[in-house]
Design a protein around this ligand. Structure first.
Ligand SMILES: *Cc1c(COP(=O)(O)O)cnc(C)c1O
Length: 458
């Protein structure tokens, strides 16, 4: 018999989770004003809100905590991180920050000014906010295939070179501080970017003398996809692929809460000493001295160790196959999910799922609430609430895709948990025709409303 695929780790410490009753959940979600962010974590049985900072550290990472050097300046933990970043990505200069958006804040403080344009594949929300806050404009140049949830294109994170060239050709160089490539592309569904595309974007950037920045939160998952899907890379080690990917970026920002498998942390990497010096000023202002940047020594140690584990093939295969395991179960149950499956999450197409609910009643939020009631599973709305209102007209902005995201934390849940989640989604799907009412807004903040929004049933 062919041996089945199985996890590449065993479990050393466990955490109990509470399996609540439907009556309890009915009360809790009402008390939470139908906003899943307002739930207490012990009101959730399986938490798929995000894969950010929710991973399980390894025994080696926990040991690294004990070895952390808490010196204010020049800590050995800083040098551990520095050596690892040089080894993996090739950058001579780096700055630690407390998370990914902090890295964006520091770097963009140097590079982005009013009136600038920042082209790239779909910008992550914090990235977008940090650009727009500086009165600059993110320009989405993702390939068209990304906006069709049933299009099985392999590299849906790719930048459309024609769209990119149009931006570069028609605007002065002084207005384009850099091109940003997000690997994998979180906002288009955790979709990978091919090596060929990274190479092409970089050579176009150099033709116009513009820098390239990688938003690198899931760089290792992207490298896994290159290895398993792109011709010529099947026999290369993930580490070699990562080294090659970063030949095509002048600098990187990193949310280490993703592929460095730590609960908190981030950094910026660059080749340019001049840029490093300028960014250091903002790092000291916003984050902390340049050799700790908002992180404890122990955090930097765990982060350096996590970066090494994050590129191990067996780890990545376990991770990405678990996400695909959930995705395949849902497909088998007939549930409309975005394909190909993302690296870190499965996205359920709420528009196709809840056909009795108009978009004005927030399909993906309604679905997320139904799933919570069904099984205590917490997903998250990636749809109209997240998209906020148009800043000028104040009308709801309806995005191309109205999705419920089920993000899988790294090394946390077993495939039995995935079976449970799939069954819960399937039960909601079976009774979809009885769900005829969506949600309406009671209170919302002017921006990033999804975090604090209050809702009631229509
Ligand atoms: C999470 C994330 C960020 C922001 O990082 P935080 O650590 O949450 O601040 C930026 N870009 C991408 C692609 C991300 O996934």
């Amino acid at each position: 018999m062919k041996l089945p695929f199985s996890e590449s780790f065993r479990i050393k410490a466990v955490e109990t989770i509470y399996r609540s009753t439907r009556e309890e959940r009915e009360k809790w979600i009402r008390d939470a004003k139908f906003n899943l962010f307002n739930l207490k974590s012990n009101q959730v049985f399986i938490d798929l809100l995000t894969d950010s900072g929710t991973g399980a550290m390894s025994d080696k990472q926990w040991s690294e905590l004990m070895l952390g050097d808490e010196s204010y300046a020049g800590a050995s933990s800083y040098y551990k991180m520095k050596d690892t970043i040089k080894d993996l990505f090739g950058y001579d200069y780096f700055l630690p920050t407390h998370q990914g958006r902090a890295a964006e804040n520091v770097l963009f403080s140097v590079l982005v000014k009013e009136g600038d344009l920042v082209p790239g594949n779909t910008h992550f929300d914090t990235t977008k906010v940090h650009i727009e806050y500086r009165k600059a404009l993110p320009i989405d140049c993702t390939v068209n295939e990304a906006f069709d949830s049933s299009n099985n294109h392999t590299f849906k994170g790719n930048v459309d070179l024609q769209k990119l060239e149009d931006v570069l050709k028609n605007n002065p160089k002084s207005k384009i501080p850099f091109i940003i490539v997000t690997v994998t592309c979180n906002s288009s569904g955790g979709q990978p970017v091919s090596m060929q595309n990274l190479k092409d974007v970089y050579s176009m950037a150099k033709k116009y003398d513009i820098s390239v920045l990688f938003d690198s939160a899931r760089f290792a998952e992207n490298a896994y996809y290159i290895k398993t899907l792109e011709k010529g890379y099947e026999d290369k080690a993930v580490k070699e692929i990562v080294s090659e990917m970063f030949l095509y970026a002048d600098m990187m920002t990193m949310s280490s809460k993703k592929d460095a498998i730590v609960n908190m942390g981030g950094f910026i990497g660059f080749h340019s000493e001049d840029l490093f010096k300028k960014a250091s000023v903002f790092n000291i202002m916003y984050e902390g001295y340049i050799t700790y940047g908002g992180l404890s020594g122990r955090d930097m140690n765990a982060l350096a160790q996590g970066l090494k584990e994050g590129i191990e093939f067996d780890y990545l295969e376990t991770r990405i196959k678990q996400v695909a395991y959930l995705g395949q179960k849902l497909l088998d149950y007939g549930v409309p999910v975005l394909v190909p499956f993302g690296g870190h999450a499965i996205f359920v197409d709420a528009t196709r799922f809840l056909q009795n609910i108009p978009k004005e009643e927030f399909q993906a939020q309604t679905l997320s609430i139904e799933l919570y009631l069904e099984g205590g599973v917490r997903g998250v709305e990636i749809g109209t609430l997240l998209a906020d209102r148009d800043p000028l007209t104040r009308e709801n902005r309806y995005p191309d895709l109205e999705l419920m995201r089920l993000a899988i934390p790294r090394r946390v849940y077993t495939n039995n948990h995935m079976d449970y989640v799939a069954a819960a989604v399937s039960n909601v799907y079976d009774r979809r025709n009885t769900i005829n009412k969506g949600m309406k807004i009671l209170y919302e903040a002017p921006i990033m409303r999804h975090f604090t929004i209050e809702l009631e049933r229509c």
